[in-house]
Design a protein. Sequence first.
Length: 317
Amino acid sequence: MELINKKTTIILLILIIGIILAFPILVIVKESITLAVVDLKLFLNKNILIYLSTTIQLIFFTSVFSLILAVIPAYILSLYNLKNKKIIDVLLILPLSIPSYIMAFIYSDILGYGGFLQNMININFSNTFNFDVMSIKWLSVFLSLSLYPYVYATSRISFSLIGSTYINLSQSLSASWFTIFRKVILPLSLSGIFSGLVLVIMEVLNEYGAVNYFGVKTLSVAIFQYWFSLDNKEFAIFLSFLLLTLVFFFVFIASFLKKSDDKIKYHTKYSENKLADFKSRIGELCSLFLIYIPFIFGFVIPLFFISNNVFNNFNNY
């Protein structure tokens, strides 16, 4: 009897939490449909295309840079012999501790007009140096430095779950490690990599502080502007509906790709894969360099910059 009561209580709690979470979404959908029926001109607003285009561009560039920063170290650590892998895994996750908007502010301060890099070059070389980082592509780089650990974690897990069957067969055909990665490992890990990428995309769609500071007109910025500044809540609700549509679209793709997990599960490794050795010391050093780049630019430099600012301005607080 007590067990039944506990199950009933848990089910009721789940239903209540589900209703609370779903209520804002249902309101947005209902209001958007009502607005579309009443005012069809809402769909013809030229600003919608601008906001959608900018948002998709930011998603694309941030996703590309995040994949580069995450997949390469995950591949090297998963398939090559390296010391202290567990420590390196922790180091590569640390940039996630710095919020993406803080990362963007820091690098805009370092690289932007009147920043550290510009002042250092102008003082040492007596030359006027201008470097504009207030663009959507540079913003994507800065966001990816903070968000790539999502992709790294899922890629690392996916690579480690691939069994030795495919890899051994590929090696027996004299395939190089790059060919094995491109034709075997990457297709089998696509679902896992994309699941991490979806988290990156959600963070990009949710971002407001950095995109507003950089002057990038995304859907999140437009929602704030139309809701608060322009007092046009109807259009803000409709933009929220578009944002929700993008979210559901990427979640649907992730669930569709997850069907390929059966291939990975079927070949889950029961014995350790034979890891490759570096052919030269130079190759090992280059690999270590590629591994530590995301950690240095995503954690060491921002942490040093924050600590230096706190130390220099401690008396002002």
